[in-house]
Design a protein around this ligand. Structure first.
Ligand code: SF4
Length: 73
């Protein structure tokens, strides 16, 4: 299964990931950064396993992220 990894601390809150994959991303009203919904935190990295069918949208989110903090493995 693919895994999304976000280095959340470096998020600049541009909303591009939400536009690409709204099922997995939302903007936090608390700190203005993107939250990977349902993700597990390990230090500054958040990760979430997804289905193969959900990968493409998140690859697009990764490509759209201006600070390159979204990885898909
Ligand atoms: S695309 Fe990157 S910088 Fe922009 S909100 Fe999403 S994670 Fe943050």
């Amino acid at each position: 299964m693919p895994i999304i990894i976000q280095q959340r601390s470096k998020c600049i809150g541009c909303n591009y990931c939400v536009e690409q994959a709204p099922e997995h991303w939302r903007m936090s009203k608390k700190d203005g950064k993107a939250t990977l919904i349902g993700a597990v935190q390990k230090k500054e990295f958040w990760s979430l396993k997804i289905q193969e069918a959900e990968k493409e949208k998140n690859v697009n989110a990764s490509k759209a992220c201006p600070v390159k903090i979204i990885q898909i493995r």
